[in-house]
Design a protein around this ligand. Structure first.
Ligand SMILES: Cc1cc2nc3c(=O)[nH]c(=O)nc-3n(C[C@H](O)[C@H](O)[C@H](O)COP(=O)(O)OP(=O)(O)OC[C@H]3O[C@@H](n4cnc5c(N)ncnc54)[C@H](O)[C@@H]3O)c2cc1C
Length: 433
């Protein structure tokens, strides 16, 4: 498209709207991009943020912030803001299973405040994005929504071309942050290569209302037959529920009956309050995704760094993406505020920490998939054997704690092949159900 010829007046008006040479352009106004926009603007940097959608919709993203993610949010000054907006604190976690009686499962309840340094928080995803957008704008961020034809080129300086409200723009910031999520384009445009694991199972989430009899302080994970279910209450009768099921059954949630089939999958003997969910009212779509980890080679190029899902994502089975995003934001913020001269080298600590963090979480997600979401006869047998090994030697459950306390807190050897082989009975990356 030919760039419009602007008259002098128009150009001046435009320049008051968008700084063509800001400190940072952030692509994506999800949680990662918006949290970073807010903290950098608060530190006095000039930020332009570009978002392709006109409003945040429920496309099934994370709404459970792990205890270690809450600690990260606190370091960014966000936890109080989330709580003022109504973020819901959870006090207990129970893992029910077809291999345990309810009493046996409840005897192993995690009391969040007792067992972890923080308690998890639940807050609707579109609501959190809107909240972050509004505090970022109040702090001086220029947020452009509905942009199209984005083109990012690395360099010194990098360039960001896009169209917005029928005009073309070409920005030359000091730095660009790609926070455009799992289906983003910035990684590809700057030449990053994405790799991923094999799809393991299918996964979907749905918000339900009128679930007033679900205990408001209790999160639950359970597997029975061909359903792995998760529930995270949000208060006032709302619960975010998730479902994992065999990848061979691709059409289970397809079509207008999808939400009904989702609720039916919750008819489980092993979960005491499951009828509260099956009788609840669907309050969102239930989009399904294949579950696996994906990552890019090195999420930095001259003038551009990637954060959040754009830099590589963990399998949602262990609900870590929001915590990962908050840590990315802290490390990238500290790198930028710690140096006047921005080069790719300032992100070295971020890159090495992220690589180890994501590698450990990938292992935990794989173990969790095998323990909770392996289906069919062979999968059930493997799940049963894993549960028995852990019951005999509770030390084998150690890697799971990473999803609550953070992957860096545990010793490296619990993520090793030698350790994980004891849990699964064979190498965890071999061809397993
Ligand atoms: C089913 C499911 C359940 C999950 N559950 C949890 C959970 O319970 N807890 C948890 O911690 N994590 C969970 N996650 C992961 C979590 O949602 C993500 O890791 C997190 O949302 C990543 O944030 P982000 O800002 O990087 O990406 P996103 O939230 O995807 O935001 C990216 C933004 O960039 C915008 N964008 C994309 N392309 C462009 C473009 N070309 N130009 C401009 N803007 C663009 C998008 O519109 C979007 O607003 C789950 C994920 C899934 C799929």
């Amino acid at each position: 498209m030919v760039k419009p010829q602007l008259g002098q007046l128009e150009a001046e008006q435009l320049n008051t709207q968008i700084n063509l040479n800001p400190d940072v352009v952030i692509v994506g106004a999800g949680i990662a991009g918006s949290a970073l926009a807010y903290v950098l603007a608060e530190a006095g940097l000039n930020i332009v943020q570009l978002e392709k959608t006109l409003q945040h919709k429920d496309v099934v993203r994370g709404e459970w912030l792990a205890p270690w993610g809450v600690l990260e949010a606190t370091q960014l000054g966000l936890t109080d803001i989330y709580e003022t907006e109504g973020a819901h604190r959870l006090a207990r976690h129970i893992s029910y299973s077809e291999f345990l009686s309810r009493d046996e499962a409840e005897a192993m309840t995690f009391e969040m405040a007792r067992d972890f340094p923080e308690v998890p928080l639940c807050l609707g995803h579109p609501r959190t994005c809107n909240l972050l957008n509004s505090i970022a704008v109040e702090s001086g961020v220029t947020l452009c929504r509905g942009i199209t034809r984005l083109q990012v080129a690395p360099g010194k300086p990098p360039t960001v071309d896009f169209e917005w409200e029928n005009l073309s723009y070409s920005l030359m910031p000091r730095w660009v942050v790609g926070a455009d999520g799992r289906n983003g384009v910035v990684a590809r445009q700057i030449g990053c290569v994405t790799e991923h694991d094999q799809e393991h199972h299918l996964f979907s989430g749905m918000l339900v209302e009128n679930a007033y009899d679900w205990p408001e302080d209790l999160q639950v994970i359970a597997t029975e037959g061909d359903a792995n279910v998760l529930a995270f209450p949000q208060g006032e009768g709302r619960v975010r529920i998730y479902l994992g099921w065999p990848k061979e059954d691709r059409t289970r949630l397809v079509g207008p009956e999808g939400p009904k089939h989702f609720l039916e999958s919750w008819q489980l003997e092993c979960v005491p309050h499951s009828a509260v969910i099956t009788n609840a009212t669907p309050a969102s779509p239930c989009i399904a995704y294949p579950n696996f980890d994906a990552w890019v080679d090195t999420p930095v190029r001259e003038g551009v760094v990637l954060i959040g899902d754009a830099a590589g994502r963990n399998d949602p089975i262990i609900g870590q993406g929001l915590s990962i995003s908050h840590r990315d934001v802290r490390l990238v913020r500290d790198a930028m505020l710690g140096e006047k001269d921005w080069t790719t080298d300032i992100f070295n600590d971020y890159l090495s920490e992220r690589q180890e963090r994501m590698s450990r979480l990938r292992t935990v997600a794989r173990l969790t998939s095998l323990k909770d979401s392996a289906f069919g006869e062979t999968g059930r047998k493997m799940r049963h054997e894993i549960h028995e090994r852990i019951a005999k030697n509770p030390e084998l459950a150690t890697p799971n704690a990473a999803a609550f306390i953070g992957p860096e807190v545990l010793p490296a050897d619990v993520f090793s092949e030698a350790f994980t082989r004891q849990i699964v009975g064979q190498p965890i990356w071999s061809d397993l159900p």
